[in-house]
Ligand binder design. Structure first.
Ligand code: ADP
Ligand code: ZN
Length: 725
């Protein structure tokens, strides 16, 4: 008997040893069932280095449990196992949690399933009724089909089909549980690329042909046609018979984009996101593993699908914060996509109109190939951006739209063009307070105010999701009708716009409005067709959409993202504002953008107005360099949490005392984390800052992380945190 190591998809640091019985054949990568305590659980053979009977003394070997059986399915690709090892080392996460990212589609872990079906048989039909003939005509085409499907197509009852099976005119058969993905047609709807698009596409295609790692930063203004460029690269990969993965921030994974893919390639891509039903997930997972699904369009977790033969990854909107996972293995999908491409030796495309400072500097210093598209496609011009200084144009009490913005919207209404009002805040009002006693409604288990939602008349916590009915009386002083909404959310802007423009057709789009995919698509289509005058939305509407009639964008509170004081806040706000601004004037008509702000002189607003991104990035980079912050230095955060704040603080201090002192490595904290109290747990943060090449992981493991949390204490490691403070 051999001893092999099996990794389980649990919070375990390493693979466990099991005996491999002689009658079970399993090797590295195979899925196997093993006993764990009284449970039976599926894991993956991680190491099989030939250790055998002689390796362990009989006594210790007798304690080892045996593998129960091998699961009849394709083994995990070796490069994916290597990738998991790398990711978990980098983020100091238990390896089992890395495997869990791959295996979190339990339905797909097992033999391929077949379902009962019927096909044309050799028996004779006794009485060829109209219904029977109809069924047989369809069956004659030769496809194996479910009984119900056949009956539906023939518009008869299942009983008719059953009858034909009984007389042998149809025979029973088996068919795979899931339909195959159709192969995209590379030349279905070729766009003729503009010169700059062509030059970018051919550079990427060269790297694909050379089958080598190269990272491209596809840096093009909004509407310059970046998508068409990477579609050309996808076509090239397909010609090589390889698979491609396009990552999008979850929020941009709308039907819009899938539709666009279908228009270009004639078939649907394989989608991957959190909204997929179980069956759909299983179908994609298996088709990716078998190599049958060629193109996957997915959210960050698609990086952990078991690709059979991946040849290209595209990370669209690469700057987006949604690529960072905020629990479990806290990986950054863009960074890990670079690692994966490098490891497997294929090219990678990072696309954005406002790259992350990290990628921008990598392109400037030559580590990435910089591809630029500086004009909009088809002669459309960039929008003109102006600030509305709210110090000069004071808002009326309880109103949030300034006079210049209202006038501009009126002018657009008169012209029959669309306006978009953007506010990155869901709900009606971010805070409710009692005018009599000053009581503020806060979440009992988080550091957050409760947000009023008028559509369901509830006060909700956006961090933990709890909600309460909005009361009439103040819970503290019992005063009646004294509760006031403070500040705006999109629902409130909708209300104000309705009162201001009673004749206009207004659409509100926010993730709170529960809609199925088809309904959302219908609304987006009708907006694109011009069947709406004013669109009001959160960041859901900022990304990816192309509304030809939209020529004015009003940003209700341009200062919103700057409030929290994080050193990355400027970059982030600029990226979001630029993205929203990029919705205006994407076709022939000139677009304009009005930013309502109290700080028109801030670097972000100045850069937006002057449309001088690179000067802004240069200044940001300079500030980061002075502070030793990424990408000029490295950061790691340790979040210690407990139900008792003191316990968390005490443990954090004890951890710090274990850290080896090294010049140039600075420990900040412990301090309450940015969300210091969430779901009833206090969170305390330690931040370590070190020079660029410093081996942060080794230093953490040999010092602070040697202290093991007990009781309700938890320690979460965040390598390269997305928020700096
Ligand atoms: P980006 O992703 O850079 O913001 P898109 O790829 O969405 O830009 O392109 C903007 C618009 O221009 C889209 O409507 C797209 O269909 C159109 N477009 C881009 N390139 C071409 C092309 N080569 N031929 C025809 N239309 C194009
Ligand atoms: Zn809460």
């Amino acid at each position: 008997m051999t001893i092999v190591k099996v990794l389980l998809p649990l919070a375990v640091a390493d693979a466990y040893s099991y005996l491999l019985p002689d009658d079970v054949y399993a090797d590295v990568g195979d899925f196997v069932q093993v006993p764990l305590g009284s449970r039976k659980i599926t894991g993956v053979v991680w190491i099989n280095d030939g250790s055998d009977d002689g390796f362990l003394k009989n006594t210790s070997k007798s304690k080892l449990k045996s593998i129960i059986s091998r699961v009849d399915m394709k083994p995990l690709p070796l490069d994916l196992m290597k990738f998991i090892n790398w990711v978990c080392d980098y983020y100091i996460s238990p390896k089992g949690m890395g495997l869990r990212l791959v295996m979190n589609v339990p339905e797909a872990i097992g033999p391929v399933q077949h379902i009962d079906a019927v096909k044309l048989g050799s028996g004779i039909v006794e009485r060829a009724t109209k219904a029977r003939t109809k069924v047989l005509d369809i069956a004659e085409v030769g496809e194996t089909m479910r009984k119900t499907e056949l009956a539906k197509l023939a518009d008869v009852s299942v009983g008719v089909v059953d009858g034909l099976v009984k007389m042998g005119a149809l025979s029973t058969a088996q068919m795979p549980k899931f339909a195959k993905f159709k192969t995209p047609k590379t030349d279905h709807n070729l766009a003729s690329l503009a010169d700059d698009q062509n030059s970018a596409a051919s550079q990427i295609c060269e790297a694909i042909a050379a089958k080598k790692f190269e990272c491209f930063l596809l840096d093009g203004v909004t509407g310059s046609g970046k998508t068409e460029v990477y579609f050309a690269a996808i076509a090239k990969v397909m010609e090589q018979g390889k698979q491609a993965l396009v990552l999008l921030p979850e929020i941009a994974l709308t039907v819009d984009f899938l539709q666009r893919f279908e228009n270009r390639f004639g078939v649907e891509p394989a989608p991957w996101h959190s909204g997929l039903a179980k069956g759909a997930r299983e179908r994609v997972w298996r088709a990716v593993a078998s190599g049958q699904a060629k193109i996957v369009i997915g959210a960050r977790s698609a990086l952990f699908l078991p690709f059979d033969n991946l040849g290209l990854v595209v990370v669209d909107e690469e700057h987006d914060g949604a690529y960072k996972q905020d629990s479990g293995v806290m990986y950054h999908a863009r960074d890990m996509a670079v690692v994966k491409a490098n490891m497997c030796g294929f090219p990678l495309v990072l696309a954005s109109a406002t790259p992350s400072l990290e990628s921008f500097l990598n392109a400037k210093n030559g580590r990435y190939t910089h591809l630029t598209l500086d004009k909009r496609h088809g002669g459309a011009t960039m929008p003109q951006v102006h600030a509305v200084d709210l110090r000069d144009h004071a808002l009326e009490s309880q109103k949030f739209l300034s006079e210049p913005l209202i006038k501009a919207m009126q002018a657009k209404l008169a012209l029959g063009e669309q306006s978009l009002l953007f506010l990155n805040r869901r709900g009606y009002a971010p805070l409710t307070l009692c005018r009599a006693c000053g009581h503020r409604f806060a979440c009992p288990q988080c550091d957050a105010w409760l947000v009023e939602h008028r559509y369901n008349n509830r006060l909700m916590c956006h961090h933990c999701g709890i909600s309460v009915q909005k009361p009439h009386n103040c819970p503290q002083c019992k005063a009646e009708d004294k509760l006031v909404a403070c500040g705006p959310g999109v629902e409130r802007i909708f209300e104000e716009a309705e009162a201001q423009f009673p004749e206009a057709k207004i659409e509100l789009l926010s993730s709170d409005i529960q809609m199925n995919v088809a309904a959302l698509q219908k609304r987006l289509n009708s907006i694109a067709n011009g069947d709406c005058d004013i669109i009001i939305g959160t960041q859901m509407i900022a990304k990816g959409h192309h509304f030809p009639h939209l020529t004015l964008v009003g940003v209700v509170d341009a200062d919103l993202g700057l409030e929290n004081g994080d050193p990355r806040a400027g970059e982030r706000t600029y990226q979001l504002l630029n993205q929203v601004a990029g919705r205006a004037g994407r076709e022939q008509k000139q677009g304009s953008v009005l930013l309502q702000t109290y700080a028109p002189q801030s670097p972000v607003m100045r850069a937006m107005i002057a449309q001088d991104r690179d000067a802004f990035y240069k200044a940001e980079a300079h500030g980061r360099e002075l502070a030793g912050l990424p990408p000029f230095g490295r950061l790691a955060a340790l979040i210690v949490s407990s139900k008792q704040q003191k316990k968390a603080f005490d443990f954090a201090r004890a951890m710090i005392s274990e850290a080896p002192k090294i010049t140039g490595v600075v420990i900040l904290g412990p301090a309450p984390a940015p969300m210091g109290f969430i779901r009833g747990r206090h969170r305390v943060r330690i931040l370590a800052r070190a020079p660029k090449g410093f081996k942060m992981q080794d230093w953490l493991k040999s010092g602070m992380l040697t202290l093991k949390p007990t009781g309700d204490l938890k320690v979460q490691v965040d390598t390269d945190p997305y928020s700096f403070f």
